[in-house]
Design a protein around this ligand. Structure first.
Ligand SMILES: Cc1cc2nc3c(=O)[nH]c(=O)nc-3n(C[C@H](O)[C@H](O)[C@H](O)COP(=O)(O)OP(=O)(O)OC[C@H]3O[C@@H](n4cnc5c(N)ncnc54)[C@H](O)[C@@H]3O)c2cc1C
Length: 443
């Protein structure tokens, strides 16, 4: 490693994650103390780091592996999303999620690889996370949305993926609301309770993985004894390191590197009572994505709660203010009221945000970063399936394996650098604002 790698930003409280709050209290965290040596240290206990640690341990059962997480596993972004493991093209910077045929096919292969890997762990260890292979609905609220869905459907047909159209009455029978004008059902998406999944994946890691939580790595130095990782609680030494810190990598060394920490936000209602559930109607569990990527994602959960996600905000400081959360909550309330006028008394109990790691050109960082340091960073908005796959594949790559998917990841573009701040801040925020404005009724 040519220089010391310094971590400049760390996970901060970003509202109250409803998924995490719905779980039983966690067992006490095991924090880092000095004097330990490991063959491998994986930094970041999101979905990417959890899959990287699992795969390393499977392939190298005699290796000593540490997984270090700054917060609690399941409480940060990987455990605070909408829980869609999306298999199909999902470019949120496009107006209809699709790209070219070749790029779409490559995305599907890659994303299914990740979904299959996690699903197999969920089944094998009976992880209690409400894993569902029930597909998703892409719903539209007006002609513009319908046109976007038609474009998306054409893209799916071009790559040989199945789908089914639902008219207004059919999607209303699913959701209980007559808000949507139609929908496209795609069967391959899986959904989960994300905080439960992350906790379950951590709890079922092979025995040669030691987990440290509430243990933020402050810096990594290449010294005679190996890679020395420093924490507030001490130092540990590793032969090799895998970085899976997603948006937090945008501030390594304080220099812009093309990674864009863009927050998105969600709110979850309280549990509805039986009378409210009857008033809503529809089916007890469904997962819906808006026709316009900047619109509102909505899930009805088996726990009789509803979860709404919308709104994006570029926050290079990796911190949210109370005003950010208040704005998101008011946008969620408006979206909820428009969709569910029959549920006027059902309050939003929790509101939170979390950073995605986007880039202007859909680039990501995968592979060897430096001598003995590997990285899988940059989910571009679809970290559950892509993070699962890139976490698994970075472990295989770091152990010397190679295959078509690994080559695909190695060949993807690096994040394109943007103009220096504050020009970049203005440009990114303006682009988000315009896209949100154009999403209009889909919000
Ligand atoms: C509201 C919301 C809804 C979303 N919905 C979906 C969805 O439905 N489907 C989907 O695919 N994606 C969704 N996403 C995005 C998804 O959550 C991310 O893409 C995913 O979490 C990326 O996984 P990751 O493991 O790469 O990164 P992260 O989940 O960000 O994990 C990185 C981890 O590194 C840790 N870390 C950072 N710095 C340090 C350090 N110095 N030391 C130790 N640990 C450190 C962090 O605490 C964090 O736990 C959503 C996100 C949000 C916020």
């Amino acid at each position: 490693m040519t220089s010391k790698l310094e971590f400049a930003r760390f996970p901060a409280p970003d509202g109250v994650n409803g998924w995490w709050e719905s779980l039983p209290p966690p067992s006490p965290a095991n924090t880092v103390s000095s004097g330990h040596r490991y063959d491998w240290v994986v930094v970041g206990g999101g979905i990417t780091g959890l899959c990287a640690a699992r795969r390393l341990a499977e392939l190298a059962p005699d290796a000593t592996i540490a997984l270090v997480e700054a917060d609690r596993i399941g409480r940060t972004t990987a455990g605070r999303n909408s829980g869609f493991f999306v298999d199909l093209p999902h470019d949120i910077s496009s107006e209809s999620y699709s790209r070219s045929v070749e790029a779409d096919k490559a995305d599907v292969r890659f994303q299914r690889h990740g979904i299959d890997y996690v699903r197999s762990a969920v089944k094998r260890y009976s992880i209690d996370c409400d894993w569902r292979d029930d597909g998703k609905f892409h719903a539209s609220v007006n002609r513009k949305g319908h046109a976007a869905l038609t474009h998306f459907a054409e893209g799916l047909a071009r790559i040989g993926e199945g789908f089914e159209w639902l008219d207004e009455a059919a999607i209303a029978r699913v959701t209980g609301t007559d808000f949507y004008q139609g929908a496209l059902f795609t069967p391959g998406c899986s959904t989960v309770q994300p905080a439960a999944l992350m906790r379950g994946l951590a709890a079922t890691l092979p025995e040669n993985v030691k987990i440290f939580e509430l243990s933020a790595v402050k810096g990594i130095e290449d010294l005679r004894q190996g890679k020395v990782l420093s924490f507030d609680g001490g130092k540990i030494v590793a032969k090799r390191v895998i970085l899976c810190t997603n948006a937090y990598a945008a501030t390594f060394g304080g220099h812009p590197n093309g990674l864009l920490p863009v927050y998105t936000f969600a709110s979850m209602t309280r549990v509805m009572n039986p009378e409210e559930v009857a008033r809503l109607g529809g089916t007890p569990s469904w997962a819906l994505i808006p026709a316009d990527p900047m619109g509102s994602t909505v899930r009805r959960l088996m726990t009789d709660r509803i979860c709404v996600r919308n709104h994006f905000a570029f926050r290079p400081s990796l911190e949210l203010s109370q005003a950010d959360l208040a704005k998101a909550k008011s946008m969620h309330q408006r979206s909820f009221d428009r969709r569910f006028p029959m549920l006027k008394d059902v309050e939003l109990e929790y509101t939170w945000g979390g950073p995605l790691c986007l880039s202007a050109n859909n680039g990501a960082l995968f592979g060897r970063r430096d001598d003995g340091v590997f990285q899988a960073i940059g989910c571009n908005g679809l970290g559950l399936s892509r993070g699962s796959a890139s976490g698994k594949l970075i472990a295989e790559y770091a152990l010397g394996q190679s295959d078509e998917l690994i080559r695909q990841l190695l060949n993807q573009p690096h994040p394109r650098s943007l103009p220096v701040r504050p020009i970049a801040d203005v440009a990114v925020s303006a682009a988000i604002w315009m896209k949100e404005f154009s999403a209009g009724a889909e919000l």
